[in-house]
Write a protein that binds this ligand. Structure first.
Ligand code: FES
Ligand code: FES
Length: 198
């Protein structure tokens, strides 16, 4: 709700940021912080670079990656831990970045889809998705690829059932699961599960 000068108020009456001018640009999510919130300094390695920023304690990791670092390859599909579109690697393991706060990732090593290729060469999992048509609209693809990389780290030689079970937290709205599973099995066959980027 707004008062006469256009300042946003929260339900409990806490004043927030002034409302944008009519027709003006709406501030990015991370700039829309209620007054009085004390930012917290976070430092983490993202795709090999050290990143340090002051963030609102309640900022989700996915919004830190997308809106502060500009890494929009990580998608927001549901914001409720259901779809896996926001999957990234945290210390080599897949996590749903809409499920944790940026402050919880302090001191960790994050890989997003932008950091998976090396020297312009696809990671074997990306190559396998490409060769096996493991994507349609592509919205789920970044999360699916990173979840699959993590899966092969744990199970380098999975069966089809292992792949289907391992990726059950990642949804493809296009229902392109057949080729996605084919791609992961092909990547396993190429030795993608034995370690990081090609
Ligand atoms: S956006 Fe995170 S699980 Fe759907
Ligand atoms: S390729 Fe479209 S959501 Fe999976």
């Amino acid at each position: 709700m707004n008062d006469a000068d256009g300042t946003n108020f929260f339900a409990d009456g806490t004043p927030g940021q002034p409302a944008p001018e009519r027709g003006g640009k709406i501030a990015p999510f991370h700039d829309r912080q209620p007054r009085g919130v004390v930012p917290v300094r976070v430092s983490m390695t993202v795709n090999g670079s050290t990143e340090e920023h002051d963030v609102e304690p309640r900022m989700l990791l996915v919004f830190y990656l997308r809106e502060v670092l500009g890494l929009t390859g990580t998608k927001v599909g549901c914001d409720t831990t259901s779809c896996g579109a926001c999957t990234v690697l945290l210390n080599g393991e897949s996590v749903k970045s809409c499920t944790m706060f940026a402050v919880q990732a302090d001191g960790t090593d994050i890989t997003t889809i932008e950091g998976l290729a090396t020297n312009g060469e696809f990671h074997p999992m990306q190559q396998a998705f490409h060769e096996n048509h493991g994507l349609q609209c592509g919205y789920c693809t970044a999360g699916m690829v990173l979840a699959a990389v993590s899966l092969l780290e744990e199970h380098p030689n999975p069966t089809e059932a292992d792949v289907r079970e391992g990726l059950e937290g990642n949804l493809c709205r296009c229902t392109g699961y057949h080729n996605i599973v084919k791609a992961v099995l092909a990547a396993a066959g190429s030795g993608s599960g034995s370690g990081g980027a090609a």
